[in-house]
Design a protein around this ligand. Structure first.
Ligand code: FAD
Length: 476
């Protein structure tokens, strides 16, 4: 009988171990299941749904070119797989191993249901470089700190080479029924907020390959120097492609390695070390499945937060009065992505200047990022909060103005996303409340009218945050 290939966050045809094994062993029925969103802890956010719709469309096109199809079903994966296997007389179900608690549970339930029905299950790797069981300390426990993890990973040598491309995919004699993608209504209609996403991204395997090629040719050599500049398009923007598995980390690794020569060596190494941060986050999430929900450091569970809805709203909408924070939050909303430096600045601002629990920020990012990734997002937020395994110390509080002056020196990033400040000279754009009134007038800026006054005073907010931190330290 045929083999059902259950796609999850591995929406590609190349370098796909489960798919390639299935293609060798029989006719293949490619299947994607949209899990019932009310049965999972982390239902897909709006931006993720948009990306998923586009990525599935691209995958379906690619499958068609290989003489195959993509079957879509919605509901409980265990029930769907068991029924589909029976309907098609499938001999086995193959999938790529997941690391997110919701998906792990779904895969385990499916395994139970299938094996009970006498259908074989095979699980493959492919979403990360090394399985979490294979990188551990001398005592055999998982790494909690990045640097030793990174060294241990490098000591294993390069990950294996990507698999060679498939020619065709053997099709079953008859195709089972499929939902239409439209019936899932993943893309927004009224209001249609996705214009900026459509203008920015090309979801799907080909889009991932093209962008990686562009990055390696044009930007990777200077990555180590430019990666902190949000005003420059100097990073790979592989994150949403990686999140949905349109490209494998191993393809990125082996694609980038040959470029690591001469003056480009530092850039490529620095880029690959970031890919290892992703890897580290996945291993952390696998070993601590509560990572998205609970502060890893216990003392932070007692933190005296200030749940201020109005301040949260101002942060979400990019109306805090701090131009770099507002530019970043609007970039996030417009294109579903935010530069890493700005993720750190906006997270620090939410957690430390506003004293809002990191989970509120994590939820907003989850809803609005096209690269929303349970591992990297929760690790990133816990890092910023100082509550994570390997985290920035809590008392290191980003000064949003100094960060902006350093990393957006001409103010170009702020001008792009906060057009009401476009007329401000570089010298004053990052702290308009300190600008002489003539400068503001000439730029057409009226604080409190055309652009908000700062919602907090950073100096005071910083002291308040440090005092709050003293409380949990004492409590400890
Ligand atoms: P590049 O600089 O080109 O890096 C290459 C790849 O390495 C990225 O695509 C990504 O897969 C990985 N990577 C880079 N930096 C990190 C990092 N700090 N942690 C983990 N992986 C990294 N990344 C996500 O993919 N999804 C998220 O939901 C996410 N949420 C974050 C939340 C916060 C608060 C912070 C501080 C960081 C978060 N990151 C997240 C990590 C990082 O900001 C993004 O991966 C990066 O900005 C994506 O842009 P890029 O692809 O151009 O990255």
């Amino acid at each position: 009988g045929p083999i059902i290939l259950w796609f999850t966050r591995d929406l590609r045809l190349r370098d796909h171990p489960a798919l390639q094994a299935a293609a060798r062993n029989g006719p293949v029925i490619p299947l994607f299941i949209l899990q019932d969103q009310d049965t999972v802890r982390w239902p897909l956010g709006g931006a993720s749904k948009w990306w998923l719709a586009r990525s599935l469309r691209s995958l379906a096109r690619d499958l068609k070119e290989k003489g195959s199809r993509l079957i879509l079903r919605r509901g409980d994966p265990a029930a769907i797989l068991a029924a589909l296997a029976q309907e098609t007389g499938a001999a086995a179900v193959y999938w790529s191993r997941a690391y997110e608690p919701d998906l792990i549970r779904a895969q385990e339930d499916a395994r139970g249901a299938l094996e009970k029905a006498g259908i074989a299950v095979k699980r493959f790797g492919g979403r990360i470089l090394f399985e979490p069981e294979t990188i551990s300390t001398q005592e055999g426990s998982p790494y909690k700190v990045f640097t030793p993890f990174y060294k241990a990973l490098l000591a294993r040598g390069d990950p294996s080479e990507p698999l060679s491309a498939l020619d065709t995919l053997p099709a079953p004699v008859a195709w089972p029924e499929s939902d239409t993608l439209e019936s899932w209504a993943l893309e927004p209609t009224k209001p249609d907020w996705a214009g900026g996403l459509r203008a920015t991204w090309t979801p799907g395997e080909a889009g991932a390959r093209d962008r990686l090629a562009w990055f390696l040719d044009e930007a990777a050599a200077d990555y180590d120097e430019m990666r902190d500049r949000p005003d420059i398009d100097g990073t790979s923007r592989m994150s949403p492609h990686l999140t949905w598995g349109e490209i494998s980390p191993r393809q990125i690794w082996h694609g980038a390695k040959p470029h690591a020569e001469g003056s480009a060596q530092k850039g490529i190494e620095s880029f690959l070390s970031e890919v290892v941060w992703r890897e580290f986050s996945y291993h952390l999430l696998f070993h601590w499945p509560a990572l998205p929900d609970t502060s890893w450091r216990e003392e932070f569970r007692e933190f005296p937060w200030d749940e201020n809805e109005q301040a949260l709203r101002a942060w979400q909408c990019g109306r805090t009065g701090y131009p770099i924070v507002d530019a970043a939050m609007r970039q996030l909303y417009e294109i579903g992505w935010m530069h890493n430096r700005c993720r750190m600045i906006t997270a620090s601002f939410l957690i430390k200047d506003l004293l809002i629990p990191w989970q509120r920020g994590e939820e907003w990012f989850w809803d609005t990022l096209v690269d929303a990734d349970l591992a990297s997002n929760s690790a990133g937020w816990q890092w910023a909060a100082g509550s994570g395994a390997d985290a920035a110390p809590y008392f290191r509080i980003f000064n949003p103005v100094k960060q902006a002056e350093r990393f957006d020196p001409e103010g170009a990033y702020v001008r792009e996303y906060v057009p009401e400040l476009a007329g401000m000279p570089a010298k004053h754009i990052h702290a308009p409340w300190e600008a002489p009134s003539k400068i503001l007038r000439d730029a057409g800026v009226h604080l409190g009218e055309t652009y908000p006054e700062p919602i907090v005073d950073h100096g005071k907010a910083r002291k308040r945050a440090l005092a709050a931190f003293q409380q949990i330290k004492r409590g400890n």
